[in-house]
Design a binder for this molecule. Sequence first.
Ligand code: JBE
Length: 246
Amino acid sequence: MRFDVISIFPEYLAPLELSLIGKARQDGLVQLTVHDLRDFTHDRHRTVDDTPYGGGAGMVMKPEPWAQALESLKPGTETLEAGQPVLVVPSPAGEVFTQAIAEELAAEEHLVFACGRYEGIDERVLEWAAQNYRVRPMSLGDYVLNGGEVAVLAMVEAVARLLPGVVGNPESLIEESHQDGLLEYPVYTKPSDWRDNQVPEVLLSGNHAKIARFRRDEQLRRTAVRRPDLIAQLSVAELNKADLGL
Ligand SMILES: Nc1ncccc1[N+](=O)[O-]
């Protein structure tokens, strides 16, 4: 799978050279290229921003460098079956990124991430890009960052780890938080008695049915307490099966 990231701070994406994603790139499972937006400017100061029409504080990213950067990735030359690449534009004004969207994007062949800075990118770029990209403004959550780079680190990791071969044991992708609409259950390891804190007895029992039930109940209990908004989407049957102990 191919990832392209465009940013005025390419070094911000250096962490993607580390750990599992870095190894996936070395193994050729993931092609990831970071592009410096300023390479698509032609003035002495490599200008990427200017004052906003209509007034207001801050600066807006100029359209032309973005258009040249996006054209340089040759969209539209993809094979028809692959379809147009997705252009993810991190923004607090985007749809909220979820595990379901991560799974959807992991099925794509080519993702392009446009990291905005300042007050954002001239809106005409997103409208123009729709000719050759499926444009998706995407938000990590309802708070404001200084730019899209941090969001791209999170989204690339969330997507790339789902690709075959990236995470050592694919089993570990199952029963994760949000996999089934619930938060994950608590985990424990040796010693079973740690500073007078015991591991739940059931986990030492070897009774797999009881262990599975305990874990499911813990998922439901945790979700009910910490993320009641997720509970609302669960079936009554599911809730009735659990001993929430609330
Ligand atoms: N929350 C954000 N703030 C600024 C830029 C991008 C953002 N995001 O979530 O993708």
